[in-house]
Design a protein. Sequence first.
Length: 684
Amino acid sequence: MSGTATSTGEPAVLSHWSGDILIVSINNPPVNVASLAVRRGLLDALISANGASGVILTGNGRSFMAGADIKEFSGPILPPTMPDVIAAIETLPIPVVAVIDGIALGAGLELALGCDAIVASSNARLGLPEISLGIIPGAGGTQRLPRRIGIAESIRMICGAEIVQAQKAASLGLIDRVVTNFSPITVAIEHLHSLGGRKRPSLQLAMPEESADAAEKAEAVLRKRGQLRPNVEIALGLIKRSEGVLLADERREFERLRLTEEAAALRHIFFAERKAVQQPADGEAARDFKEVGIIGGGTMGQGIARAFLNAGYLVTLIERDPDLLRMAMSKMFDAIEARLERGRISKDEARKQRSLLTGGSINDISRCDLVVEAIFEDADAKKRLFAEMSVHLRPYTMVATNTSYLDINQLGKELSWADRLVGLHFFSPADVMKLVEVIETDKSAAWAVASAFKLSGGLGKKPVLAKVGEGFIANRIYSAYRGQAELLVLEGASPAAVDSAVREFGFPMGPFEVSDMSGLDIAWAMRRRRAETRNPHERYVAIPDRLCEAGRLGIKTKQGWYDYRDDGKQESAEADQIIRRERAAADIVATSYSTAQIQCALLAAILNEAACVLEDGVAAGAGDIDVVLVNGYGFPRWLGGPIHWAGTQALRDILNAQEELSKRMGPAHRQGDVERMIAAVRSS
Ligand code: 3H9
């Protein structure tokens, strides 16, 4: 293989002549990342343009270029670098026109910005998403983009990692032409002729005029979203000073940032998310669905219905009780109106969604090719429903249950259609949260699992495979974490101290804030259901039961772990009394816990349960657990998920924390092989 070939032996860059114009195509499937072979190929192609009147630069397949090859980022980046390639374009005496048909991200857009004009097809998507990888653009993006779209818009695009469609890009001045019905190459050749051989590099453009406070306003909006990660601050500074053309400063910061732990963690989660999607081997057999029946019109069912409507499915929302159905449908239509009013969807989209949605009864599943069950968490009720569904289901209809805890093998045991049953565990609100656990039962057919994955991808979700097991991956680990938080409170920490320690670690909310928000009664009902089968040696914290008995069900009753008044959330004297009573009943003298001790105990609980989940085969790999915790429960993305994070810590500290955990939990505690789990992650 030559230094300019891809791993398949194909040339990474192809060129041919159209008259005296050289057409250069990047050819590095699947998404044309700027590998070393591509960079070398581009330089060689530019050298061979000697004698041409101009160059057209384009990408083969569905992408112009998806950016730098981020696999290269943990070691030295060999020359030629992307800045070298872009400098070669800028110093070429003839104009170069970039043709973007598909994706131009990161170094891809930077390459286009180095050209003298950009022509894009209407399906093009452009952006500089480097921020989401813990870095900043490193090939001139922060310096060339402001010269095309101004500082304020550059702050929005770069610091917000915003990806824009071709039409928007044209309205911003980012691209020169959008092509709808013609071949973009033909239009680009026309454009090249119109340049008459003149160069028009971005760096020589005058800064677009903007109102004096436009950049300040864009920065204020960014800061309002929360604390900015260090790389965002750096990008912001470079964009604001781009009048001075700080290419060397930008490159230096890029080189430094790509080697940080934060950037490594974000790359880990990027690849883990992609690997999670690829798990089912039977992708070829995946089926498509058109008409979906969603049984259960509660909060979860409505969220799932909205997710399907957003993706353009025909949706029938099914409720047994006509009054409940009317209420659910009215909330669904209100939600469409609200999104229209907030400008989230267009009038046409709102009209379309209204026409796709109907309410119905169980008989209506006979016209559906997919049924999603989202009734309340009760195994008997679900079994009764499944038996009833058997009468109406067509022989090819797939059924997905949204149970978050129950044993789906048991639920499907008696069914003749158990091979068509999978779990599809959405997180609330289901139209917003990206994570979906796809649960494969003992009898699920491979095509059904593959279809669930394909379907989830189509809904814009990040699917992760799980096997049957109480709480699957996400809720099982979250239960261990929440249980540990409750134990810390029983032993002396205040709910506010625990929540604050968790937020300080980087979670958006603490466990007690989450409980109050989602309502304490759901977990209470579950604990009562399990009371008889609970291991008597397990350390059981009854504080949440006592809170529920006192009517403190969370925000919905304005009282839970906290009190909620008009002026916000307050620590609660009543909750504190309940906690003290339980402590006294258990003969516990309150211990004082530091922030670090609280964080240590909670992370140990997460890691221990993660190890058990892996040992039980519920999750296929450690990367999947990281994806689940980051996307389902707000584990800080910039730490790469709990297992990646543990791999960056001293092993002794992690094992000591696990020992402490075992002591605190007592004899019924199951200890997972955390050491083995971390060793596997470190060696991968
Ligand atoms: C950058 O450019 C820095 C510069 O400023 C400075 C440098 C000089 N690298 O997601 P998919 C792989 S930073 C390596 O499944 P989709 C991906 O792992 C970069 N590999 O497809 C997968 O591999 P596999 C800025 C990459 O259609 C395959 O390609 N750019 C990269 O759902 C298909 O990917 C970004 O941040 C990469 N950059 O989505 C864009 N990108 O088949 C990152 C993809 O082995 N990429 N792969 O599993 C994306 O957002 C999506 O992949 C994209 C396609 C939208 C392009």
